[in-house]
Design a protein around this ligand. Structure first.
Ligand SMILES: NC(=O)c1ccc[n+]([C@@H]2O[C@H](COP(=O)([O-])OP(=O)(O)OC[C@H]3O[C@@H](n4cnc5c(N)ncnc54)[C@H](OP(=O)(O)O)[C@@H]3O)[C@@H](O)[C@H]2O)c1
Length: 260
């Protein structure tokens, strides 16, 4: 089966790197040097014309930026049939908008990824349009599952997903930045503080995912009464911290609704 990509940017590369058998992959990319790079690095076929992908592949990812979607849709729409499945990772493009742009024939799947896809540790929410065969959604789960975790959700949840896992990398990086700055104030070298903060963030997430442990007992377990973590948490664990995080997500979800 041929798998296509419309756009071969950063996110497309993240997905591509999770595909084991790349001999039947074809990518359309406007920037010739980028197309050549994909071909050199991954041995995939490339073209400068999105129509070539729609002709060769019945299953393809739409991975251009939101402002380029209409031009791509206008080019491929006449080629699309009921046998085509288009998997969009474009932020903010609802299934209704995609349907309008690409026409009634092709099957649609909408995905909200995050940038950790580029490190094979992405979080992808997947939404199936009406009439899209279940086997296509399974295939999307299989491919994206190779580049991180997946969850199948209704589209009504996508603003919340955008706020939490879509925007989340920036929030965690901001927390890391704050911890690095705090570490430097305590006398650590910035490079060392970054390693300590980053590995701690990574290791904590890894442990929680692998153990499945509930968060409350985990937090309480680390916070021995009278110990150092408890002293730190006293400063952090005021209700305001959770209120700020909730307000952060609410603002991002609101913006996502406005942009949709
Ligand atoms: N990056 C993230 O964290 C993130 C998270 C969630 C969702 N997404 C979504 O993922 C999508 C891709 O993002 P990205 O960061 O991978 O973007 P990107 O690196 O800019 O990649 C898009 C590529 O598509 C090319 N392109 C545009 N129009 C084309 C056409 N008609 N034919 C062939 N190639 C074309 C672009 O070329 P030019 O540069 O010349 O236009 C660019 O090389 C976006 O829609 C974004 O909303 C991204």
């Amino acid at each position: 089966m041929t798998i296509g990509f419309l756009g071969a940017g950063k996110m497309a590369e993240g997905i591509l790197s999770a595909i084991e058998d790349r001999k039947n992959v074809v990518m359309a990319e406007k920037v010739a040097e980028r197309a050549a790079e994909m071909s050199r690095k991954y041995g995939v076929a490339t073209t400068g014309d999105v129509r070539e992908v729609a002709k060769k592949a019945k299953f393809f990812f739409l991975a251009v930026r939101p402002q380029d979607v209409d031009a791509v849709a206008a080019a491929v729409k006449p080629i699309l049939t009921e046998k085509h499945t288009l998997v969009s990772i474009v932020a903010g493009k609802t299934l209704a908008k995609l349907r309008k742009a690409f026409g009634a024939k092709a099957n649609l799947v909408r995905v909200m990824p995050n940038l950790a896809l580029r490190a094979n540790a992405g979080m992808c929410a997947i939404c199936q349009a009406a009439k899209t065969p279940a086997k296509d959604v399974k295939l999307v789960e299989k491919i994206l599952g190779g580049a991180g975790a997946t969850v199948v959700l209704k589209e009504k949840d996508f603003d919340a997903v955008t706020a939490l896992s879509g925007s989340g990398p920036a929030y965690f990086a901001y927390m890391e930045e704050a911890m690095v700055e705090g570490g430097v104030k305590l006398g650590l070298k910035p490079k060392v503080a970054r390693l300590l903060a980053e590995q701690t963030m990574y290791g904590t997430a890894k442990f929680l995912r692998e153990s499945g442990m509930d968060l409350r007992p985990f937090i309480e377990g680390v916070c021995t009464k009278g110990g150092t973590t408890a002293a730190g948490m006293e400063k952090l664990d005021v209700p305001k911290f959770k209120q700020i995080v909730a307000a952060t997500l609410a603002a991002a979800a609101k913006r996502s609704r406005e942009l949709a």
